[in-house]
Design a protein around this ligand. Structure first.
Ligand code: HEC
Length: 104
């Protein structure tokens, strides 16, 4: 009995962790190719994003769902293709991604 519970946990935990891990989503969707954690380039750093969207989770969500333009001025065209990606994320994955983006 104990063994099978452990086995179930081993099978399911990694998949659960994967789906709800904002950092994984950030990496697998290629966001890190342009956004560094610390340094602003042509794309704002995660630090800048965290600061600009401090207590503005809803604004960030609207942005990532393509409902509203971003708060940070830059090159909006570059992000367009990626909004098409974040727009399709599930509610849960999007929340996890937002939590990660705002954790810097
Ligand atoms: C090809 C480079 C590139 C990639 C890849 C990229 N971004 Fe961006 N991102 C930018 C640029 C340039 C800006 C600044 C212009 C703008 O605000 O649209 C930006 C802005 C942003 C902003 C701030 C928006 C604002 O203006 O307030 C967020 C949040 C963001 N990106 C999230 C993401 C996420 C999440 C991903 C992955 C799904 C991603 N980006 C992938 C280039 C990129």
């Amino acid at each position: 009995m104990k063994k099978s519970v452990l086995l179930m946990a081993l099978i399911f935990l990694p998949t659960l962790g994967f789906a709800s891990n904002g950092e994984e989503i950030f990496k697998t969707k290629g966001c890190g190719g342009c956004h560094s954690k610390e340094y602003d380039s042509f794309a704002p750093s995660l630090k800048t994003i965290s600061k600009s969207y401090y207590k503005k989770n809803q604004e960030l969500k609207d942005y990532l769902q393509g409902k509203k333009p971003g708060l940070i001025k830059g090159e909006p065209k570059t992000m367009k293709g990626f909004i098409n990606i974040t727009k399709k994320l599930s509610e849960k994955d999007l929340s996890a991604l937002i939590e990660y983006l705002l954790s810097f």
